[in-house]
Design a protein around this ligand. Structure first.
Ligand code: HEC
Ligand code: HEC
Length: 242
């Protein structure tokens, strides 16, 4: 309870008003974004300086987990390269507002780190990751699983109300239709699976209007795994760099 109050207080401070409380009852009192407040705060996303972002990436040890240039060397951490600045800036604000949690408390490190960052630094980091090329195919990608995931990603499943993922995340997972929709190509499968399950379990409430929580709900674990390997397989092919 205390933690939730803290999150709401932070959120209110950050957004300067009644941003968050809206739909909280539906999601176990986790904070959520209000679209106007989010739009306002994201106007800063494109003002970042990538050179300063690169300095911060190393100075703040982001590189220790996310890799030398944001292309993650490990199955434990997501790659950050190839994302649009709005999405990265938004995720940093999401963590700061405690909108991302998981059963293994992996997100906690990010929640703590983002409370030390100001919005200029967030925009600089976002500009740096956006300036780097999309991630390469992670070594743990399984081609057979990837094949299974492809159909669902491209066609969805009308009978179960699952929209085609590619409609929003791009035909090749390269980028979203809106600047705050993430690219998925080359993303670490372990991270992808965790993210989908956290939407499904209502532990990640960062998605505006609950879109991802809605699409993740009907998916089975096997389908999520196949989708993760499909998107990982769409990374660029310079495997030796990984
Ligand atoms: C100790 C390891 C560690 C360090 C250091 C670290 N991160 Fe992370 N980061 C993670 C993990 C683990 C996740 C995924 C957590 C989750 O499931 O939400 C993550 C997620 C992220 C995401 C969200 C990615 C997405 O696709 O939504 C961004 C952006 C990010 N980190 C940026 C940073 C920046 C910037 C720094 C430095 C200020 C940093 N990280 C330092 C481990 C780390
Ligand atoms: C209506 C548009 C839409 C559709 C359809 C959609 N997504 Fe998303 N997706 C989004 C948005 C917007 C976000 C960012 C949400 C947030 O900020 O948490 C997102 C986030 C994600 C993330 C988190 C990425 C990260 O880096 O943390 C994954 C994984 C994902 N979607 C996979 C899928 C899959 C798989 C499907 C198909 C079953 C799908 N999405 C369908 C819009 C969509």
């Amino acid at each position: 309870m205390k933690k939730t109050c803290l999150a709401l207080t932070l959120a209110t401070l950050l957004c300067g008003g009644a941003a968050v409380a809206g739909n909280s009852a539906r999601t176990n009192a986790m904070p959520e974004w209000d679209s106007d407040q989010l739009e306002q705060i994201l106007t800063r996303a494109n003002t970042g300086n990538p050179v300063e972002g690169e300095r911060l990436h190393h100075y703040l040890y982001c590189s220790a987990c996310h890799g030398h240039d944001g292309n993650s060397p490990s199955r434990n951490w997501p790659s950050l390269t190839g994302q649009k600045p709005d999405y990265v800036m938004k995720t940093l604000l999401d963590y700061r507002q405690d909108m991302r949690r998981d059963h293994y408390r992996k997100a906690e490190v990010m929640t703590r780190m983002t409370r030390l960052l100001d919005e200029t630094q967030m925009a600089d980091l976002a500009a740096y990751y956006a300036s780097r090329p999309a991630p390469v195919v992670p070594p743990q990608t399984k081609p057979l699983l990837a094949k299974k995931g492809a159909r669902l990603a491209r066609d969805g499943d009308g009978k179960r109300g699952i929209a085609a993922c590619s409609g929003c995340h791009g035909e090749h997972g390269e980028s979203g239709i809106t600047p705050d929709t993430p690219a998925l190509a080359g993303q670490t499968p372990e991270y992808f699976i965790l993210a989908m399950k956290m939407y499904r379990d209502g532990m990640r409430t960062s998605d505006l209007g609950g879109v991802m929580r809605m699409f993740a709900k009907p998916l089975t674990d096997a389908e999520i795994e196949a989708l993760a390997h499909y998107y990982a397989s769409l990374g660029s092919k310079r495997e030796a760099m990984r």
